[in-house]
Design a protein around this ligand. Sequence first.
Ligand code: ASP
Length: 346
Amino acid sequence: MPSSSRPKILIIYTGGTIGMIENPVTHTLQPFDFSHLIDNVPKVKKLAYDIEHLQFDPPIDSSNMNPTHWAEIALAIEKHYDAFDGFVVLHGTDTMAFTASALSFMLENLHKPVIITGSQLPIGEVRTDGEENLITALQVAAAVDAHGQAMVQEVAILFENYLWRGNRSTKMSADNFNAFRSNNYPELARIGLDITFNTGALYRSPSRRPLKVRPVMDLNVMFLELHPGMTDTTLRHLLSTPGIKGIVLKTYGAGNAPTDATFMRLICEAVQRGVVILNVTQCVNGGVDNTLYETGNSLAEAGVISGHDITSEAAVTKLMYLFGMGLAPDAVKHYLECDLCGEVTL
Ligand code: ASP
């Protein structure tokens, strides 16, 4: 346990708009180093916290984020887990929901806050949202309950007025300061004059075992998003992608897909080859109910697994994580139907 009574927070700066500056030649935004970022938030010193930081070298735009970077973040948290009360990850918004979902699976038995934030405007801009997001993320990471236990014991995204569960979040806007939302789960906290935690919604791991980091992700997974008019050739080609093990099938409405014979045959053949197919709705809100329509029920009968109300980001990273543990397809299917860390309502 950290010895000082002042909260000890580790900031892991990966890049993203929050720390970017304008390239004088191309006039595009590009990541810059942590000292520039923190120099722009002198108010941080007013917090009575012991803050240390690590930074990606070089910091990156989150569109360049990949599972190796997720492992780097997870392993840094593991290395410093006992020495800090909480962790703040500064990250670009574009793939923040994927990183948040991946970390929630990688960090098994997490009992400390991992708060991910970033901003829509760089920290050096006069109207930046980065300063407030950083300060609030630090406060959330330091928050304790009446028993002195960490208030947040999960991976969460802090953005503007809300704290969201990481593996329930989606980037909803490219230009609104409230850029994130959990469409199927309530907010973990509301940020206004006060930080008001929604205590009933906070995740508590049922395990008292020590943190276990699982940094290996299997990359043989993909999205297959249906649209009217998708040809059999396209579908056959995608389902036969060499090495593919898991597919997030993005279906219509409550998990519906065409029932025509060729479509169903191609899906059945892929399932029989051992490809795990997870049915996730294209809708931003609600989930799969494959008992509602014949068009959804046929997928279930073909051996396609219901993703219920899981987000696309959590679905694809959960497949990477389960296959990354070396599990066989049947075991992967079993765990897809389990809620591992608050990612799905069953
Ligand atoms: N392209 C940026 C990134 O994701 C966008 C942002 O941070 O808002 O790194």
